[in-house]
Design a protein around this ligand. Structure first.
Ligand SMILES: [Zn+2]
Length: 238
């Protein structure tokens, strides 16, 4: 059991480094958490610390009412947003908040990003909406608005702020971040060339069913929420 808890902390550290290396966020912005399905506690990145400086012992453990459980550091200021998502979405075990360039542009103009590729339809949903009204960072109101706007999708845009991505595993949530950012970039390029042609709703449903039925069966972890199923998730890449 002790090793599993250590693994949660290490996963937060690794994910933070990945976010910086891949440009999903800059500086100390953004935050990461994992929910332990056994205790319902969340492991969250500390507040205001450079990602390259975060060690497993800096990770803070909170319950889903944001009460302190373990750790000597201050938790991320966006603890309310992470907890609100876990309270609402029992299928979610990982939440990643980033400040990515292209996805954030959609939040600035409060424009919904539609599914325009197979990967987006499969791992994110039919579209990504903007969490409105605008709420200030770090407030419980931002958590409430973001969790409500997320609905059953795996990402939501925060106006003039960034993006929130979720998944049954950390690897899945990170994949959502990358696919969201890629699709935001493609959509912007497509708009400079002409009018993007969107999927029909039944085409999106078919692609989502394909993922669940063909890949999900071989990787039941992926859809039931194994925290550490990295190899399983990677094998599902179409
Ligand atoms: Zn932020």
């Amino acid at each position: 059991m002790k090793d599993v808890k250590r693994a949660f902390r290490e996963k937060i550290v690794q994910t933070g480094l990945h976010m910086i290396e891949t440009g999903l966020t800059v500086g100390t912005w953004g935050n990461i958490s994992i929910r332990d399905p056994e205790t319902d506690y969340m492991y969250i990145s500390p507040s205001g610390m450079e990602y390259i400086s975060i060690e497993p012992e800096h990770v803070v453990v909170l319950d889903l009412d944001t009460n302190h459980v373990d750790g000597e550091y201050e938790p991320s200021v966006e603890k309310h947003m992470h907890a609100a998502v876990y309270r609402k979405r029992r299928d979610v075990n990982a939440v990643v908040h980033t400040h990515p360039i292209y996805s954030s542009a959609f939040g600035v103009v409060e424009m919904e990003l539609p599914a325009i590729s197979e990967d987006f339809a499969q791992v994110v949903g039919d579209c990504v909406t903007v969490a409105l009204p605008y709420e200030l960072p770090g407030t419980p109101e931002l958590g409430r608005v973001a969790a409500a706007a997320l609905e059953r999708r795996n990402a939501v845009l925060l106006p003039r702020h960034g993006a929130l991505s979720v998944g049954p595993t950390m690897e899945w949530a990170l994949k959502v971040c990358r696919v969201l950012e890629k699709n935001a970039q493609i959509f912007l390029l497509a708009r400079t060339l002409g009018t993007p042609v969107l999927f029909q709703p039944e085409e999106i449903e078919t692609m989502q069913s394909f993922l669940k039925e063909h890949y999900g069966k071989r990787n039941s972890n992926l859809l039931t929420g194994s925290q550490l199923g990295e190899r399983d998730v990677n094998r599902t890449r179409p």
